[in-house]
Design a protein. Structure first.
Length: 285
């Protein structure tokens, strides 16, 4: 896990270190880079921008104390949560055994979807029944994207899951999910059609009204896809197995109300001098 300190609150996200050398040398030498899978980078960016939009006066935020609060938002990272953490829009990783989830109490404001909700409820927790991947708020926090999406430059964009990228890399419509975050979002926005196994490729495309179809991943559990689609009101969804099959689909546009997820944004974590936990939440424009 990587922690980004956002005005005194630790926002957790997944961005593993990739050593330049393999084996024992790589383990001993701290030389390398972060993986920077774009979907894993969205959490802190969305949190920061929503917070700044809601508060306006950043000097107020900069004056807040460092009090150890932690927020888990975006991605299949609940197995990293600690007792007392706040959860907003995160989900369970279907590849992780239940024993990896060591928390006993969480402040759960929203989860990615009903499968995560059921998992947490079965463990005796009481999550709020608010669903949605915060990646769906990309058009709100990258507010140039809706206008850009009206200027299509690409008939097709393939966004593979990180592990599937080598299989698709030679196709001219494929983008590298570890590329520049804003560049990836802008490429998706300017696409007429998006397919692939990257969950957040699908999420971002759908948030912008772009038809998107899942191509079954080779290494990922289906849990997160089922969770996401269920969280946006779809009990079933097409799972395709190659490009031809994916392009033959005509997916329905997303019908999902963002306001409950926005209302659940834990703005009160940044309560401090001059602010109260009842501060107004951000609203849709």
């Amino acid at each position: 896990m990587v922690t980004e300190n956002i005005y005194g609150v630790a926002v957790e996200h997944w961005n593993p270190f990739v050593p330049r050398f393999s084996g024992r040398i790589g383990a001993r030498l701290p030389i390398g880079r972060r993986r920077n899978n774009f979907g894993d980078l969205l959490g802190p960016v969305i949190v920061r921008r929503l917070l700044e939009q809601a508060v306006g006066d950043q000097s107020t935020l900069r004056a807040l104390p460092q009090d150890g609060k932690r927020l888990v938002a975006v991605g299949s990272i609940l197995h990293f949560a600690h007792d007392g953490d706040t959860v907003w829009g995160s989900g369970v990783n279907g590849k992780m055994p239940e024993s990896k989830h060591t928390f006993g109490r969480l402040d759960i404001r929203a989860v990615r979807g009903p499968r995560t909700f059921d998992f947490l409820e079965a463990r005796g927790l009481e999550p709020e029944r608010v669903f949605g991947d915060p990646g769906l708020l990309v058009p709100r926090v990258f507010d140039h994207l809706p206008a850009l999406s009206m200027k299509k430059a690409h008939a097709l964009t393939i966004v593979p899951n990180l592990h599937d990228h080598p299989v698709w890399a030679s196709h001219p419509a494929t983008i590298d999910p570890t590329g520049d975050l804003v560049g990836i979002l802008e490429r998706i926005a300017q696409s007429e059609r998006v397919v692939g196994s990257s969950l957040h490729g699908l999420v971002v495309a759908e948030s912008l009204g772009i038809p998107a179809t899942l191509i079954a991943p080779a290494a990922e559990s289906m849990f997160k896809y089922e969770d996401y689609y269920g969280g946006t009101g779809r009990d079933s969804f097409p799972v395709t197995h190659d490009l031809r099959e994916a392009l033959a689909q005509a997916p329905d546009p997303l019908a999902w109300d963002a306001q409950p997820l926005i209302d659940a944004f834990p703005l009160d974590l940044w309560s401090g001098p001059g602010r109260s936990s009842s501060s107004t939440h951000p609203t849709t424009p």
